[in-house]
Design a protein around this ligand. Structure first.
Ligand code: MSP
Length: 639
């Protein structure tokens, strides 16, 4: 049941992150967004619950653990900490952190599997398909691209296997109907067409098992001990195992009725099709909302570990602080759309929005009032029309913020607050309290109060975005973050209470220095210099030909030199002594076709005449003899 006085439940979830990865800005974004959305709803009076966690089963985890020579469980225990420990440092406060290896979760997975098996929605069948071990998926012949895995472009293998299938096809129509009848089910709404398009192709049943002989790191099927379940079937159930499916029906039904899944657009199908059909089969209500976000890109490409273009949230947090990072991620991205990540853009926004506008209002007002009246919140006198214009804007602000958040436009909510802050800064400038105080102390006090009251309201509404900085600001005004939005009212700031003049809340970033740093980082190393230019006539002086190694033996007394007899076809045989002994065994050279500089002046090495030189690439430890890539006869010219 909802706590007395609270609106209904809002249960927010993030995807559970693959435990193998190190968290990057994409993970941080989705989690901060979920945290922010939750904080706003708590402020709006909803009863809220926030779940995040990690996805721990599957081939990649099993392989990574094997490589490290430790058990998969030990590997997971270590890796999950990367995520669990990161969140508090970004002021993310989940109520629960689920791991798919926890018994509370595995129990639910097994019960769900059994329930579906008993009702005939899971069946066993022989399956033949093209298996891609890289993504752990089967593909049909026509899904392959040039006979290769369509997702990685790598080799696929024909595999015939008995497996278990979930009768997903049975729920195609029910799902289509649900989507049509609930326009706010998929957010943004335009994602609907993508999912309907997927359904149009016809839903096939889903292979949900892996034989243990191939993959053992997973949840065992309760009805067949030789199999584990497919990692997505396992992972998706985290959303219900964490809130008491099968163990606490009342708790489960309560939170489930208000679920909002925040996910990235790349996992929309698994959530809107696999997960929803699983829920339909289990007889459970479908999620209220699935919110698919866009991607953070670097130079228009999705960040990924394999491309090496990831932005590390911890580095940015160290440099700018967690709240400024949260601010940028929430302000710069429109939910659902992609955005390029640029540190320079982040710094520019930081200077413009936070240092110049948001932080400045409080800092200027407190400094001036302190100078004029001491560190006490002044008592306002009669309000003028100018005051009233700002007061009206302040009164409208909570409603504007609430509307923007309700339509998932957190960027717009922020912009509304910033717009208000800018007009409060302008008001303070225009009213010139530093001049007014000389002739009318009461008026100066009123201006001071209006500015402080405006700053307090802005800080309270910005609290879900920047929890720590706004708390500091509010505490400096003998206040604290509001418990509910209804408490955010003009006049709540108490005259007579002490305030504190804070140091710089958002110290300005030196953009010039940053630009120079970024330029330096992006600077490509200068290409190395080649030798002085030659003409084609110079090159033509070299007589380079193919040759076949007839015999090869180490030169006595040298650990490097090998003496070879080389057949140069019409140009006869040559003795060549080359320094290949550290790279090649002499006998392995016999039979090779090599490239010979044939008109090099002979010279003596260890008393043996060398009548030419073999061409090789590389230097130091790696030396590779050049070889033609097709058979050619000895003595062929090279041009
Ligand atoms: N384990 C699955 C989710 C199972 S949920 C039942 C998974 N994990 S993930 O770690 O690969 O990705 C988690 C989320 O991070 C996805 O929603 C994905 O979209 C998001 N992001 C990964 N890179 C991203 C960006 N560059 N930008 C924004 N979000 C992206 O998928």
């Amino acid at each position: 049941m909802a706590e007395p006085g609270k609106k209904g439940p809002v249960y927010v979830t993030t995807p559970i992150y693959y435990v193998n990865d190190k968290p990057h800005i994409g993970h941080a974004y989705c989690t901060i967004l979920t945290d922010t959305y939750r904080r706003f709803h708590r402020l709006f009076g909803y009863d809220t619950y926030f779940l995040t966690g990690v996805d721990e089963h599957g081939q990649k985890v099993q392989d990574a653990a094997k490589k490290r020579g430790i058990t998969p469980q030990a590997h997971c225990d270590e890796m999950q900490a990367h995520f669990r420990n990161l969140w508090p440092t970004l002021h993310v406060e989940p109520d629960d952190f689920i791991r798919t290896t926890q018994p509370r979760h595995e129990m639910v997975v097994q019960k769900a599997l059994q329930q579906l098996y008993d009702k005939g929605d899971i069946y066993s069948d022989e399956y033949e398909g093209w298996y891609s071990p890289w993504v752990e998926k089967f593909f049909t012949e026509d899904e392959l691209v040039d006979g290769k895995c369509p997702e990685t472009g790598k080799e696929v293998y024909k595999l015939k296997e008995r497996n278990y299938f979930f009768r997903m096809s049975r729920y195609e129509e029910a799902l289509r109907q649900h989507i049509m009848e609930h326009p706010d089910f998929l957010v943004p709404e335009y994602r609907k067409n993508e999912v309907l398009g997927f359904l149009k192709k016809g839903l096939r049943d889903l292979c949900i098992s892996r034989p243990k002989s191939r993959l053992s790191w997973g949840v065992t099927l309760p009805f067949d001990q030789d199999y584990v379940t497919y990692v997505w079937f396992d992972a998706l159930l985290n959303y219900v195992s964490a809130i008491g499916l099968y163990t606490d029906d009342e708790r489960f039904r309560y939170w489930w009725s208000g679920v909002h899944h925040f996910i990235g657009k790349d996992i929309l199908t698994t959530h809107s099709v696999y997960w929803t059909t699983m829920l339909l089969a289990l007889g459970l209500p479908l999620p209220r909302h699935i919110i698919a976000t866009g991607w953070w890109l670097t130079d228009d490409t999705k960040m990924s570990k394999s491309l090496g273009n990831v932005v590390n949230p911890l580095d940015l947090k160290e440099k700018y602080g967690a709240d400024a990072l949260r601010y940028f991620l929430m302000r710069a991205m429109v939910i659902g759309q992609d955005a390029n990540f640029s540190e320079l853009q982040m710094a520019e926004r930081y200077n413009g929005d936070l240092a110049n506008d948001f932080g400045n209002l409080l800092s200027r007002a407190t400094k001036l009032i302190n100078k004029q009246f001491g560190p006490v919140i002044p008592t306002p006198g009669e309000y003028t029309d100018d005051d009233r214009a700002l007061i009206d804007a302040a009164k409208a602000l909570p409603g504007l913020v609430q509307d923007a958040v309700a339509s998932y436009r957190i960027d717009v909510a922020i912009e509304e607050v910033l717009k208000f802050v800018r007009s409060a800064n302008k008001y303070f400038n225009d009213q010139e309290p530093w001049a007014v105080v000389k002739t009318d102390k009461q008026r100066a006090a009123t201006i001071g109060y209006v500015a402080l009251q405006a700053a307090q309201i802005a800080a309270m509404l910005m609290h879900p975005i920047m929890p720590q900085k706004t708390r500091d600001m509010l505490e400096s005004l003998s206040s604290k973050p509001a418990d509910t939005i209804d408490a955010i009212k003009w006049g709540m700031l108490e005259p007579g209470k002490p305030f504190e003049v804070l140091g710089s809340l958002f110290p300005r970033i030196d953009l010039k220095k940053l630009k120079a740093q970024i330029e330096k980082q992006n600077e490509k190393p200068k290409p190395a210099q080649t030798r002085p230019e030659i003409t084609i006539d110079d090159f033509a002086k070299l007589d380079i030909r193919t040759g076949k190694v007839l015999s090869a033996e180490p030169v006595k007394g040298s650990n490097k030199l090998i003496r070879m007899q080389i057949d140069l076809g019409p140009f006869g045989k040559r003795q060549i002594v080359g320094g290949l002994g550290l790279q090649y065994e002499a006998q392995d050279l016999v039979g090779k076709t090599v490239i010979v500089l044939a008109n090099l002046k002979p010279r003596k090495l260890f008393g043996l005449e060398s009548q030419g030189m073999l061409l090789a690439a590389g230097e130091g430890k790696v030396i590779a003899l050049l070889e033609p890539d097709k058979p050619v006869s000895p003595g062929s010219g090279i041009s």
